[in-house]
Each structure stands twice: as structure tokens, then as C-alpha cells.
Design a binder for this molecule. Structure first.
Ligand code: C2O
Ligand code: CU
Ligand code: CU
Length: 521
């Protein structure tokens, strides 16, 4: 017989341990359960709250701001413009003044307009307290005038690029492009349109009266804090960066435009950081697509939706009924990124953008011409080289991050090439090339849809897509100064999703590096 006490002592310890263990397991399981429930509810909350829908909720109380048209002045045969970037205060229509960075004192700069065949100079003064640059997005021009990260303007300095305008009539734009600082500078208000007219191709009947029947529509998403200040906080969960819940058109929220003609041409620019808009009209009323990034289409195309990613432009003509109101909307964009990434990149969001409010009596416009663009389209069989580039993450192209002194590609001047771009990054991207307008030959092996015909400098790339582009590099060779290609989701660009190419005289040996043209990198 064993002593029960001893026995007790022998077994009670393990028994206690066992029950303690059991208690811990039970507590652990309970805690894990609580954590799982908490995580799941956070995810459900984030998923649900990531969805924004303002359709039908807008009062359209503010008359939309139309940026002033600036045709510059003629000096020694050149058309000269002046832009000044400086802090300013702006009324978005929130009821409170907002600190912004303005161009010539305003949120969004004047609309510059020049003609094909003219020589232009733009004097850009930096009155901010950080470096900036000014890039002429969509413009064919020498690399030293391009205004990318290699042409910094230091605080207090004025930069005066000069070039000759030689490209078809188009809706281009300008915006800062400093290394790693592009998204915030655009977000604060530095951007504007640059319209090119072609005196030899002005199709009669295409609305062309700025601010009357030819309207700039710069679309941006914003977040405002309660005090009216701009909030640039970015959700950790968004793969593409900043997405705002409030739309500003030309810097006006809740906007309407009073239409006095029975046709109106909207030149729509997506100057947002990451948001992609699927444009359409109330009631799915059709419109005529007349132009894309690089200018007019050969003829109008009737559509009821057209999608624009950051950097893109479209020109549409809308039929207006006297006395009626018609909302321009963004319906859920087709991002092709899957349930999760669609939700967190704005793929389930809808917005009312702008109300077109027709006066009771309106002017009858001429019928829309059936021939618009008269340029011959470039011939793919003339391409001298093929290149492949792969979007590999949210900050790399071909697994490389932007390096100011690395030349990724060298192309020969006055040639054309085929660039095949694939998005293997798993999230939405787009692809933009400086200096040139390209033709989309194929999207995923098929001919492009109508909205991707014509000239483009930016193209949306859903995950797992591939585009084949015919790209021309003409007129300007410079072995020392590169042009950029990049994703125009600007926080991707700022994180390094950008590469550099030089255009050089035929026979120049390809260089692998260029000077970093910033004086204090
Ligand atoms: Cu609007 Cu390098 O871009
Ligand atoms: Cu550009
Ligand atoms: Cu991207």
C-alpha cells in the first residue's frame, strides 16, 4: 500500500499542470476565436466601407470652375506663356477655404492653347519651397524640354523650355514630375490642360468655343478633413494608393455646368492619382467619342461608356435637350483585378461627376462632321525593333526600380518599334510613354476596342493583360537626356515604377548610363 499523501503529492502536480494546461488551451482557443472574429469583422468592415457610391445623392450646387484660357503672347515670333507654382488658397465648394498649391494663383492652372507649327516658350517659376518640374504630358518635344525628373526647377528658379509644336490637334496636359514627389504635387493642385489646334484640320461642326460648347473637365478624387484641408492619407490596404471619396471637377465639388448649345464637347482628363473612371451618362444615353489622348479619331464612335485611367484623356460630344438636366457619371470601372483587388482599387465605386444643365432656349449646333482626323496611321511593318517590358510589382518594371542614371533602352531616332507590355504585377497598372503617341495594335491578342483605336500615350493594363504598341520616335535625338516610361498611377511611379529611354542618332552605341541632371540629388 502506498501512502495516499505521497500518492497525492506524486499525482497532484501533474494533475494541476494538466488542468492548468487545459485552462490555457481553452483560453488560447477563445482568444484565437476572438482574434479571428475581430480580424474577419475588420476585413468585412474594410471591404464594405471601401465601397463609395454617390450616384443620385448630389445636389449639384456649385457652378463648375472653368480654368481661364491662356493663349500667351507673341514675342519675336514665339508664343510665350508664364506659369508660377506657389502656395494659395482655394474654394472647392466645401464651405471652407483649402490650402493648396496653385498655378498662377489658382487650383489647377490656365488652359494653355497653341497651334501646330508654332514655336512656344513656357516660363515656369517655382515659388514653392521644394523642387518641382513641369512635364508636358502627350507632347512631342526634345528630351531637354520634356520636364521629367531630369529638369528640376529649384525654389526661386524659372525654367524656360522651348519647342516647336508639330503634332495633330489634341488635348494634352501639364503637371509636375519630380523624382518621387509627383503624386503629392499634382494632388495639391499643380496641373492644367494644354490644347493644341491644327490650322490645317479644324473639322467644321466640331464644337470649338472654349468654355461655351468646348469644355475642359479635369476629374480628380479628393479627401477633405473637417477643417476643409486636403487629406492625402492613403489606405494601407489599397494596392494602387490614394483613393478619395469626393470628386472635384476643375477643382469644384458637387458641380454643374450651364449648357447653352444643343451639342457640347467635353475634353475629359483623368488627373487623379489612382482612380479609374468608367464614364457614361444618366440613363445610359449614348455619346460620340471624338478624340483620345493624342487627338481626334478618324470618325466619331457612338458609345455609352468609356474608361479613363490616370493620365488619359477622352473627348466626347453629347446631345443636349433644352431645359433638361443630364448627369455625367462614372459607373463601376472594369478593372479586371478580381473581387478583392477590384474593391480596394475603386472597381466597385460609382460617382456623379458633373451635371449638364441646359438653359430653356439653346443654340442649335452644326451637325457633327463624320470625318475628323486626316492623319495616315503608322505602318506596323515599318517597325525596326521589338521590345518586351513587364510590369512586375507595384514599384518595378522588369524587376527594376527607377534609377535616374540608368538607361533602360536606347532607340534610334526616326524609327518606329513594337513594344509589348505585360502586366504580371497582379494589380491594376497603366503604361505611359513620354514624347510620343502610340497605336495600340493588340490587346491580349485581339484588335483593340474602339476607345483604344487612335493615338494614345497612356493605356490601362488590367492584371495579366498584354498590349502590343506601335511607337514612333521622331525628330529629336539626345544621348544624354532620357525620356520616361512608367505606370501613371502616380504613387506607383513615385515608388519607382518607371524606366528611362534615350533616343539617339542611328549608329550611336547604346549607352547604359546618363548623368543625373539634378544638381543636388
Ligand atoms: Cu503624365 Cu511621365 O507623365
Ligand atoms: Cu508624360
Ligand atoms: Cu501601377
Amino acid at each position: 500500500m502506498t501512502d495516499p499523501d505521497v500518492n497525492n503529492d506524486d499525482q497532484s502536480v501533474p494533475r494541476q499542470r494538466r488542468s492548468r494546461l487545459r485552462r490555457w488551451v481553452v483560453r488560447g482557443v477563445a482568444a484565437a476565436g476572438v482574434i479571428v472574429v475581430a480580424v474577419v469583422s475588420v476585413i468585412v468592415y474594410l471591404y464594405a466601407s471601401a465601397n463609395i457610391d454617390t450616384v443620385g445623392t448630389q445636389a449639384f450646387t456649385n457652378q463648375v470652375h472653368i480654368p481661364p484660357l491662356d493663349e500667351g503672347r507673341i514675342e519675336n515670333g514665339r508664343r510665350v506663356f508664364d506659369l508660377d507654382f506657389a502656395p494659395a488658397v482655394h474654394d472647392f465648394g466645401t464651405g471652407r477655404p483649402t490650402d493648396i498649391w496653385g498655378v498662377n494663383g489658382a487650383y489647377l492652372g490656365p488652359t494653355l492653347r497653341a497651334e501646330r507649327g508654332e514655336s512656344v516658350t513656357v516660363n515656369v517659376t517655382n515659388s514653392l519651397d521644394e523642387d518641382t518640374t513641369t512635364h508636358w504630358h502627350g507632347m512631342h518635344l526634345p528630351a531637354v524640354a520634356d520636364g521629367g525628373p531630369h529638369q528640376p526647377i529649384e525654389p526661386g528658379d524659372t525654367w524656360s523650355p522651348e519647342w516647336d509644336i508639330d503634332q495633330p490637334a489634341a488635348t494634352l496636359w501639364y503637371h509636375p514630375h519630380p523624382h518621387e514627389r509627383t503624386s503629392e504635387q499634382i494632388y495639391r493642385g499643380l496641373a492644367g490642360m494644354f490644347l493644341i489646334d491644327d490650322p490645317h484640320n479644324q473639322p467644321a461642326g466640331l464644337p470649338h468655343d472654349y468654355g461655351i460648347d468646348d469644355i475642359p473637365v479635369i476629374v480628380q478624387d479628393k479627401n477633405f478633413d473637417d477643417d476643409g484641408s486636403l487629406d492625402f492619407g492613403t489606405s494601407m490596404i489599397s494596392p494602387t494608393g490614394f483613393l478619395g471619396d469626393t470628386i472635384a471637377i476643375n477643382g469644384t465639388i458637387d458641380p454643374y455646368f450651364e449648357v447653352t448649345t444643343d451639342k457640347v464637347r467635353l475634353r475629359i482628363l483623368n488627373a487623379s492619382n489612382a482612380r479609374i473612371y468608367n464614364l457614361g451618362l444618366d440613363g445610359d444615353r449614348p455619346f460620340q467619342l471624338v478624340g483620345t489622348d493624342g487627338g481626334l479619331l478618324p470618325r466619331p464612335v457612338e458609345l455609352d461608356r468609356v474608361q479613363i485611367s490616370p493620365g488619359d484623356r477622352v473627348e466626347i460630344v453629347i446631345d443636349i435637350d433644352a431645359g433638361k438636366r443630364l448627369a455625367l457619371r462614372s459607373y463601376e470601372p472594369e478593372l479586371g483585378a478580381g473581387v478583392w483587388n477590384d474593391r480596394f482599387t475603386g472597381g466597385d465605386d460609382q460617382f456623379d461627376l458633373l451635371e449638364l444643365r441646359a438653359t430653356d432656349t439653346i443654340t442649335t449646333s452644326e451637325p457633327l462632321p463624320q470625318q475628323l482626323d486626316t492623319e495616315s496611321s503608322p505602318d506596323p511593318s515599318a517597325a525596326v525593333a521589338e521590345r518586351v517590358m513587364v510590369l512586375t510589382s507595384s514599384s518595378t518594371i522588369d524587376n527594376k526600380s527607377m534609377d535616374m542614371s540608368r538607361v533602360d533602352h536606347t532607340v534610334a531616332v526616326d524609327t518606329s518599334e513594337i513594344w509589348t507590355i505585360s502586366n504580371q504585377g497582379g494589380i491594376p497598372h497603366n503604361f505611359h510613354i513620354h514624347d510620343t503617341q502610340f497605336q495600340v495594335l493588340e490587346l491580349d491578342g485581339a484588335p483593340p476596342p474602339p476607345a483604344l483605336t487612335g493615338r494614345h500615350d497612356t493605356v490601362y493594363m488590367p492584371p495579366d493583360s498584354t498590349v502590343r504598341l506601335l511607337v514612333e520616335f521622331s525628330d529629336y535625338a539626345d544621348a544624354d537626356t532620357p525620356y520616361m516610361y512608367h505606370c501613371h498611377i502616380t504613387q506607383h511611379e513615385d515608388r519607382g515604377m518607371m524606366g528611362q529611354f534615350t533616343v539617339t542618332e542611328a549608329g550611336t552605341p547604346p549607352a547604359t548610363s546618363v548623368p543625373d541632371h539634378r544638381s543636388h540629388p
